[in-house]
Write a new protein. Structure first.
Length: 100
């Protein structure tokens, strides 16, 4: 069992919780990623591709949600392999609504 924490705010994902370890890891890289994207000329609204494997796929899942719903990027096709479960049913529903 993973300890769960509230994902971001209810504004973007009401009732959503994600595994605390993955949230901590995502929070640790989110701003650096945003800075690198802007340094590369990739600004909100631009298409972006995300991929990951295992823990990287967990972070890619959180990143997809954050990049699209909160940062305003247009997340395109994404390939995640062997991703662990990162969130509760509310997170899964919100993720589905955002990308399907």
């Amino acid at each position: 069992n993973h300890r769960m924490e509230v994902w971001e705010t209810d504004t973007f994902c009401a009732g959503c919780q994600v595994a605390a370890s993955y949230k901590k890891a995502w929070d640790g890289i989110k701003q650096r990623l945003a800075d690198h994207l802007q340094d590369a000329g990739c600004n909100p609204g631009a298409p972006i591709f995300v991929t990951g494997h295992s823990k990287g796929a967990a972070l890619a899942t959180l990143g997809m949600f954050s990049l699209q719903a909160q940062m305003g990027y247009d997340v395109q096709l994404t390939y995640n392999f062997e991703a662990p479960r990162v969130g509760n049913a509310a997170f899964a529903d919100a993720f589905h609504d955002l990308f399907c």
